[in-house]
Design a binder for this molecule. Structure first.
Ligand SMILES: NC(=O)c1ccc[n+]([C@@H]2O[C@H](COP(=O)([O-])OP(=O)(O)OC[C@H]3O[C@@H](n4cnc5c(N)ncnc54)[C@H](OP(=O)(O)O)[C@@H]3O)[C@@H](O)[C@H]2O)c1
Length: 256
């Protein structure tokens, strides 16, 4: 049986996306940095869902990360028919108050790794009668967000890249989907340095389990874009209906 490869599977939305796949008896290749966490998750999934689960601990922001994954797949002759590009993070703060290195690491993970993993795995995915790519963007992909300016721009990249790739691959066996969550209860807020906004965010947050269930169902239903939850859906529709400065002003107030 072919595997699903999930990045950022040690916690948050990625862990729950992996669990949704495990529930469907799909074997898993899990990627993140925390090897002890990945080992525990693989053990749990093997025992609970009777699937095969393997992991690779790698820092995806390092330049040779995708080559490491490529070599790991080749050495073990893993067949892969699902790719979930979930790993990603935000950095809260003004561009001129953030180091160039921090911004570059985030852009590397959020954009370059997503693109390169698709590039490297498309030939393998094409070998299978039905394959899927699920790239995780954000509702921030649909509008500019001051204090999350670079993060929002990386997610706009993921959204447009995914839609373009979907069309390029429409006559192949690969279906390509973009999942754009809104606020979701995970480690995201802490990693982004947005602790001050935690209480506010929790009020609107969806559970990672809910987002993952909707995401995996949408991927198997071959949707182009998935906006989980009514509040997220309506807020994105509004960005198409009103002048751009209105949602930008609202975001500026929300993320202050
Ligand atoms: N939570 C939200 O509100 C929200 C909203 C919209 C979109 N998203 C998107 O959803 C995706 C998942 O985020 P999340 O909320 O689940 O965040 P999270 O709880 O912080 O999980 C992030 C995952 O990515 C992994 N990761 C982070 N940096 C990595 C690196 N350099 N190399 C390898 N793995 C790395 C983490 O594992 P290790 O720490 O073990 O490496 C973890 O498994 C991201 O793309 C995020 O932008 C989240």
């Amino acid at each position: 049986m072919a595997y699903a490869l999930v990045t950022g599977a040690s916690g948050g939305i990625g862990l729950e996306l992996a669990r949704e796949l495990a529930k469907r008896k799909i074997d898993l290749l899990l990627i993140a940095r925390s090897s002890s966490r990945l080992e525990e998750i693989c053990k749990e999934f093997r025992a609970t869902y009777s699937i095969k689960a393997e992991y690779l601990s790698v820092d995806l922001s390092l330049p040779d990360a995708v080559t490491q994954i490529e070599n790991w797949i080749a050495t073990n002759s893993f067949a892969v028919n699902i790719l979930v590009n979930n790993a990603g993070y935000g950095i809260w703060g003004r561009v001129d108050a953030t180091s160039k290195e921090s911004l570059n690491n985030m852009m590397q993970l959020n954009m370059i790794v997503v693109t390169n993993l698709c590039h490297v795995l498309i030939p393998e995915l094409k070998k299978h009668p039905q394959s899927y790519i699920l790239n995780v963007a954000s509702t921030a992909a649909y509008q500019a967000v001051p204090t999350l300016a670079t993060y929002a721009a990386t997610k706009a990249f993921v959204l447009l890249f995914t839609r373009g790739l979907r069309l390029e691959l429409q006559n192949t066996s690969i279906s390509v989907t973009c999942l754009s969550p809104g606020a979701t209860s995970t480690n995201f807020i802490d990693r982004a340095g947005m602790e001050a906004l935690k209480e506010k965010a929790e009020k609107f947050s969806m559970k990672a389990e809910e987002v993952a269930k909707i995401g995996i169902e949408g991927m198997f239903n071959k949707k182009a874009e998935i906006l989980p939850g009514f509040v997220n859906w309506i807020s994105v529709q509004l960005t198409y209906l009103v002048p751009k400065f209105i949602p930008e002003k609202i975001a500026a107030g929300l993320y202050k």
